[in-house]
Design a protein around this ligand. Sequence first.
Ligand SMILES: Cc1ncc(C[n+]2csc(CCOP(=O)(O)OP(=O)(O)O)c2C)c(N)n1
Length: 628
Amino acid sequence: MGALLESINSPADLKCLSLAQMSQLAEEIREFLIQTLSKTGGHLGPNLGVVELTLALHYVFNSPSDRFLFDVSHQSYVHKIVTDRRERLDTIRQPGGLNGFMLRTESEHDCYGAGHAGTALSAALGMAVARDMDGGTENIIAVAGDAAFTNGISFEALNNIAEQTRRLIVVLNDNEWSIDRNVGAIARYFHRIVTNEHYQHLHDFSKRVVQKIGGETAVKVIRRAEEAAKGMLWPSMLFEEFGLQYFGPIDGHNLPLLVETFKFLKNLDHPVLLHVLTQKGRGFQPALDLQKKFHGLGPYDPETGKTASGQPTWSEVFANTLSDLANQDSRIVAITAAMPNGTGLDLFRPHHPKRYFDVGIAEEHAVIFAAGMATRGFRPVCAIYSTFLQRAFDPIVHDVALQKLPVLFCMDRAGLSGDDGPTHHGLFDIAYLRGIPEMVLMAPADEDDLADMMKTALTLPGPSAIRYPRGPVPGVARKQNLEVLPVGKARIVADGSDVAILGLGHMLPLATELAARLESEGYSAAVINPLFIKPLDAETLGHFADKVAVFVTFEDHVRMGGFGSAVMEALEEIGSNLPVVRIGWPDRFIEHGKVDALRQKYGLTVGDAYRQVIPLLSRRQRRTLVAS
Ligand SMILES: Cc1ncc(C[n+]2csc(CCOP(=O)(O)OP(=O)(O)O)c2C)c(N)n1
């Protein structure tokens, strides 16, 4: 670790540095990030891009009394480093370690938690208005990426800012990238500002001004910097119309310029937007070459950037299957909300470029857009992570289901996300989709199931959803042809008469393992792959209710309102009062960590199921003995 970096334990330490030392510190932080994240994984590219920006913010403002909000907050590692978490950066995303996003419980400097995009401006405005009502004086600064401005909430906030407060600083951190290239009219608009030749002139001018004032006395520096900042004013109609004075675009890696600009903006009595240009992945060639990959990744080689290549993922199977299905049906279209890489759709894009739509970070729009296409006879497939689809609950109900439109939701990252933590766990989708009339809801146990479910869904007259987890598929030997599954029919994997064990989706192996353990102790255990969460196979449940003493359900979802709850409701409806041992996540937010360890901690193991089921089975035996 660099010598300067070792001396930084709080924002106050930064303020003792000269600007030249700060520039040196920026390079040390970059090296520290590259080395540390090579072992932990994490959002390297975005953080390399905001080193100077974050240092300048902490240099000029006083955290925690002044408040910084980072949109998504995947780019808050530098903020963590300078706010007393440098020594724990090597624990980031590790069990018991630092969270990969801002977390209010982690530090007094994390004034607002996030993980989903588009929230920074609204939350910052809420804080500003609360400050004004309380007669407070602190500064509130929202830092949001260019892609965060493709999100509706950011614009809902913009629409409201000038009416509500006179003091709010919005920083637009423009690197032209979302995870993939940023898309849409807003992205093009930012690009036009940046490539405007008049701006180039201003940019050179401002650079010269800052270079000139670099060595002067503090008073002169401030006065001239004000002039410089005013000189850089380049009215941007869009933000000015929203009532925010627009400054920029300025070089987001020029520390003196950033510092002087923030000093100037700090004293204004009206809301402002500062447009800074940064380079995602700055200082690490592999991250500059492979922007998408280095947005966020697992461990890598800190010299070459190489990562271990693994077996196919659920996302890849999804995307390849969709490409094949689209070859046969020209009405199939694929929609992503800024996640072509994560959902696998960037594999679909080259095969069907005209039937691929990246709508930006705009899940609500994605779903309503899909609904619109479906009214014209298209078969839209929305590939959206389970956690981000939460945003689109109302459009799913109001636009898709209510109108019985055949939109398929492929929910990637359903289940525990692991390292990313509670903002990204996909643990609620069954609960939020199960109660929607018309919805067909499925969970595959392996890649064949996933492909069959997709084929099935694309024959249905109404909405459907498939949930599958992050990571590699089980790797079964694939069958030749896809099948249309009978809707609402479970698959009996093994018959049995004492206990019926239902393993939903990728939890099926736990059901099989529990059955083997019970069988080895003389019990007869049935294993069922439910395939469908809705409609649930009441007939199969009824069949087993007549012979077994207990049901067990395994699901990678919260127990409350989940698959096990659905089984209980279905049993109650057929008049059965058999006990159901439900294995799933408890009614609390689950921290980040390794999936296996968290399953152990929260009771999602075969052993936990066994301990609960044995007393219920023994009671039955005792009853049988008494009866005979
Ligand atoms: C609602 C929502 N949808 C999708 C994502 C996934 N996501 C995380 S960061 C990101 C791109 C953010 O780009 P930008 O705001 O420009 O910041 P940068 O990473 O470029 O600094 C996306 C799409 C998310 N966090 N939240």
